[in-house]
Design a protein around this ligand. Structure first.
Ligand code: SF4
Length: 449
């Protein structure tokens, strides 16, 4: 049977889709190749959120033109958000590509690949569908940590974001459906699940509006967390990405009271300036952001926050940028993804706002935030020295295979010497001896009863 290789760009949603697709192909008897050079089918699962990710994927696919000339039988495909967004346009730009498939057509990919293997070229599938995210078919037996899609799409239309156009409107899977998937995962050895949704705190709200049960106080996502929490065998629950607008009291209560919910929260902030937040259509102010974070922090002994920030959004002044630095400082993030604003064709910002912050200013602001963050994280990691943390063991560290790495409840990378009988997925207690801005280092100690 042919072998395949999938290269993934972008968010965890894409990683999860790639994993689901790999499982569909393995189920058909395909084998997984180590790299592009040895694969019969090469697929790029692309992201449209950042211009840089798009350019990277297009550039890399361009380089495969030579491979296609040498091995005309190899099947080249572009799938995911960029494929959804650009469809036939991608084939026009990259005529050596055989297959362009959008996010909603993922289940059709194995059949489309087979058509290409029979010699058909230039297939495009970008129809949208109302189907819910596909379930368990995307997980491998014995996988210790697994992504679970609980909803798809987004209704927020932040002015810079392409997601509502590529992934469509919000639609949530029923709780029973998600729980059944998590139960199957637990039965096959999974210990940690990461629940995925573009705007996960809005889980179930579109449906509640339809059936008349909506009120601003409800949080169907909190109900989902409780249901997943009750699944035996699951030790840890993570989720991404929440939106401050929907982090009401019911949400705060659930995430702070359920012990299996990891105490590390990725909450996109984007800017600390109320004026810019308004232009971004984010639907909250900087004080509201800080208020939600503070409400979580005051209920938990140890908690870590991470975020996404955009620098150089149209019209961003030095004052706006100072407000972002201030808010980041006030929250004290443990990690942040910082992006320089880039125009995404088709979005409100692209149509209405000139990209008027010079690239070198964006770059400088980016560097300043990274330097702030590095300083802060290095100092804040020191709080772990001498403390025992619970770690989900992942496996040998890439840099030093004599050590293993794993993640703490607060999502810190922890490196430690493994015991002889250690298995990936085991929970161990590690006493931290030293720290850097990236990792904690320590040794396994007996777990207190
Ligand atoms: S909440 Fe905003 S940034 Fe996030 S996916 Fe929806 S539109 Fe995009």
């Amino acid at each position: 049977m042919p072998s395949f290789f999938i290269r993934t760009y972008g968010c965890q949603m894409n990683e999860r889709d790639s994993e689901a697709l790999a499982c569909l192909l393995l189920a058909r008897g395909y084998t997984q190749a180590e790299d592009e050079d040895t694969a019969d089918v090469i697929l790029f699962n692309t992201c449209s959120v950042r211009d840089q990710a798009e350019r990277k994927a297009v550039g890399k696919m361009g380089l495969l033109r030579r491979l296609k000339r040498q091995r005309p039988d190899v099947v080249l495909g572009i799938i995911g958000c960029m494929a959804q967004n650009r469809g036939q346009g991608l084939l026009d730009e990259l005529p050596h590509v055989d297959l362009v498939v959008g996010t909603d057509c993922l289940p059709q990919i194995p059949d489309l690949i087979e058509e290409c293997l029979r010699g058909t070229q230039g297939l495009v599938a970008t129809e949208t569908s109302d189907l819910l995210p596909v379930g368990l078919s995307g997980h491998r037996e014995g996988q210790k940590s697994a992504f679970v899609s609980v909803m798809r799409g987004c209704n927020q239309f932040c002015s810079y974001c392409i997601v509502p156009y590529t992934r469509g409107r919000e639609k949530s899977r029923p709780i029973a459906d998600v729980v059944a998937e998590v139960e199957r995962l637990a039965a096959s050895g999974t210990r940690e699940v990461c629940l995925l949704g573009q705007n996960i705190t809005a889980y179930g709200l579109a449906e509640a509006r339809q059936d008349g049960s909506y009120s601003p106080e409800i949080s169907p996502f909190a109900d989902l967390l409780r249901a997943v929490h009750a699944v035996p065998g699951i030790d840890r629950i993570r989720f991404t990405s929440p939106h401050v607008r929907f982090m009401n009291d019911a949400f705060v209560e659930a995430v702070t009271s359920l012990p299996k919910v990891c105490k590390s929260f990725h909450i996109p902030m984007q800017s600390g300036s109320d004026r810019i937040l308004k232009l971004m259509h984010r639907g909250y102010t900087a004080p509201e952001y800080l208020d939600r974070v503070s409400r979580i922090r005051e209920r938990l002994e140890d908690v870590a926050f991470s975020t996404d920030v955009i620098v150089g959004f149209p019209t961003e002044t030095a004052e706006d940028f100072a407000a972002t630095r201030e808010l980041m400082d006030a929250v004290g993030f443990d990690m942040a993804y910082i992006f320089r604003y880039s125009v995404r064709t088709g979005t409100h910002a692209a149509e209405k706002l000139a990209d008027d912050v010079p690239e070198e200013v964006k770059m400088e602001r980016n560097q300043l935030l990274l330097a702030d963050l590095d300083r802060r994280v290095e100092a804040s990691n020191r709080r772990y020295v001498g403390r025992a943390v619970t770690v989900l063991a992942e496996g040998p560290s890439k840099r030093n295979p004599r050590r293993w790495s794993g993640r703490s409840d607060t999502n810190k990378v922890v490196l430690f010497t493994p015991s002889a009988d250690l298995e990936p997925g085991d929970l161990v207690t590690v006493k931290v001896e030293r720290t850097t801005s990236h990792s904690l280092f320590g040794e396994i100690v007996p777990t207190a009863e």
